[in-house]
Every structure is written in C-alpha cells, then in structure tokens.
Write a protein that binds this ligand. Structure first.
Ligand code: NCD
Length: 359
C-alpha cells in the first residue's frame, strides 16, 4: 500500500506537524508574493463531486498563487464518473496527470478509498458528513490569529453537530491542545455522533450538551456557528423540523463577552443574521480569507515532503462484516475491502469510523 502524505483526517499527523502548517500559513500571509514560484511546474487536480465555493476556489487560488497549475472537475456528470467509473479508478488515473489531488465526495470514507489507489498525495476536501480537515486548518489559523493560541479556550459549537463535518474535524483537533472546553449547542436530534464523543472522552476533554445559545453565550470565548446540512437529511420534512432553530442576532450578541469571536465555515443560510456582520467580533469573513494561506501552506508542506507518510490502513480486511453506516463508501463501491480496526468486540470501519459490535 502506498505511503504518501495524504490528508484524510488530521489525526494522521502530530500536533507539531499541524503547528508547522499554521506557522507557515502565518508567514505566507505576511507576504504571499514571496511564494509565487514555489510550485512552478506542479499540477493540482480538484475533483469535486459535491457543490463548493470556498474550499474549491481557495485551493485553486492557493495553487495559482504558488505558481502551479490546476485541472479537474466540479460537475461529475461531465466526467467518466457518470459512466460508472469507481472512485479508485478515477483517482488512479488523475494521479498520473497531477502532483496533488484534492477531492470532495458525498460518501463517508470516499476520499480514503481514493487515496488507496492514488499515486500522488490526496487531500480530503470533505467526505460527506464525516471529516473536513482543511477547513479545520483554516479554523486553527483563525483561532491562532484572533485568540493568540489554541489552548484554554471555551468554545461553543452550534447547529448541525450530527452531519456537520467541519465540527467533527475541529473538535478532534482542538481536543489535542490543552485545557479547551466544549459546549455543544444543538437539538437532541442533531447532537454529536458517538464516534466523535468517544474521541473527546478518550482524551479526557470537558464538554457539555445544551439546547440553547442564550444559556451559555456569556461564558464563551468562541462561538462556532454551522448551517443545518439540508442535503444530508433523509427527507425534506425532517429538515424542516430542524431549520431556523438557531439564529444568532444582535440581541444575543449583547450577552456575549467583549472579546468573544463568532466563526462559521460558511455558507450561512439564516443562522447568523446579517446585522451581526457589522459587529467587530464577527470573524467569519476573515476566516474564509485565511483558507487560502493555510491551503498554500498545506500544498507546500505536502509537495516539499515536510510531512510524515502515515499508513492509511491500520487494521485488517474483514469482508464478511458490513459497515452499519449506510452512507459509507463501502456500500456504494462493494468491491472495496472491508477494513476494520478491531479492539475487543468492537470493529471500527477504517473508512467512515462507524463502530460495529462483533458477535
Ligand atoms: C462547509 C462544508 O462544505 O462542509 N463549507 C466549507 O467547506 N467552507 C460547511 C457547510 O457546507 O455547511
């Protein structure tokens, strides 16, 4: 199996490696023009099977600012995907046309499946409701700039904690820094999945779950708002029951600390009213802008060999067990080996992290 610096989940790397990416991004932000030739002659492919504005364009802008070139698609119906090509075959071929591959796909674990077949490093730009590691790097850079560091923060995460991949990756990352406390603000239906809570518990993190912004906003250093992920719901009725529950407005902001910051990965629907944009504590547009610098730093670190080359699969193939998660790539592409990490009587899917109890 190939050993390349794929970025599927940030947990594949050490905190020191993340900090290196963040400090490189801070350097780049001071004077991006100094880096304009660093990726001359390199090609990045962006394969987006799901809509995107910020992630796709900031990756493309980052590569162009580094002097490299871009190829790719954002409408898979125009590519051989529409003819039934597997994600592995697409990745295998495109990796021979490029030096780095960036992929977004609606199936959970899909980008890891692509990486297993790719001859160049693959970056996860969002795999369904699972992970979004490069948004997390953007968030870590923003927190470093705005709050001066990544330790000792009280962070409220609000909205769709069930399907919100940005929240999953961010919580996993912040749980590896010191003394952070998390307040999970959601309806009971859209609470954090078990596999992320397990990570928080295993790392001894302090967190509590509440249903309203009002009861906690005055305690927070950071409020991370998210959109209800309409496209992940089984039906329109289910989505309609959840939408419009959380709206951050100027009345609520009055109870917040003077130095609390508001973040949001964007796009927003109506969960932050536009009047909040004028509040100096609203940092979501700066956050989106930081995405370019952090992606420049990430591309540089990957292409210049500054990161380790972790193993993609740690467990083994148990092909008679099927992953319980219907959104897992192993159901869409049944030829994939069913890789699981086994601990006691629990088998954890290596693609989507869903846990299955073994008999
Ligand atoms: C997020 C995503 O795609 O997960 N957007 C982004 O990448 N900035 C958040 C969202 O779609 O709600």
């Amino acid at each position: 199996m190939n050993r390349l610096s794929h970025i599927i989940d940030l947990d594949m790397y050490s905190v020191e490696e993340w900090n290196m990416i963040i400090s490189t991004a801070m350097e780049i932000k001071k004077d991006p023009s100094k880096y304009s030739e660093r990726c001359k002659g390199k090609i990045m492919a962006t394969l987006f099977y799901e809509p995107s504005t910020r992630t796709q364009m900031s990756f493309q802008s980052a590569m162009i600012r580094l002097g490299g070139s871009i190829i790719g698609f954002d409408n898979p119906s125009n590519s051989s995907v529409s003819k039934g090509e597997t994600i592995g075959d697409t990745a295998k071929i495109v990796s021979t046309y490029s030096d780095i591959l960036v992929m977004r796909n609606p199936s959970e674990g899909s980008v890891k499946a692509a990486a297993l077949h790719s001859d160049c490093p693959v970056i996860n730009a969002g795999d369904g409701g699972h992970f979004h590691p490069t948004q997390t790097l953007t968030d870590l850079l923003t927190l470093t700039i705005e709050k001066g560091g990544l330790n000792g923060l009280k962070i409220g995460l609000c909205g769709d904690l069930k399907y919100g991949r940005t929240v999953h990756s961010l919580l996993k990352a912040l749980s590896r820094y010191k003394d952070n406390e998390f307040i999970l603000i959601s309806t009971n239906e859209l609470g954090l999945p078990g596999y992320i809570k397990d990570v928080l518990n295993a790392r001894g993190c302090t967190y509590k779950e509440v249903n309203t912004i009002d009861e906690v906003i005055s305690e927070l250093d950071v409020l991370y708002m998210t959109r209800i992920q309409k496209e992940r719901f089984a039906s329109e009725e289910e989505y309609n029951r959840q939408k419009d529950v959380y709206i951050l407005d100027t009345r609520k902001m009055r109870s917040a600390k003077k130095d609390m910051i508001v973040m949001h990965p964007l796009p927003r629907v109506d969960e932050i009213s536009v009047e909040v944009d004028k509040d100096p504590r609203a940092k979501y547009f700066e956050q989106a802008g930081n995405g370019v610098y952090v992606r420049m730093a990430l591309i540089l670190c990957v292409l210049e060999g500054k990161l380790s080359t972790p193993e993609l699969i740690k467990g083994k193939a148990l092909n008679d067990i099927s992953c319980k998660n219907p959104k897992c790539i192993t159901h869409k592409e049944p030829h994939l080996p069913h890789y699981f990490r086994v601990a006691g009587d629990i088998a954890e899917c290596e693609f989507c992290d869903e846990r299955t109890l073994l008999d």
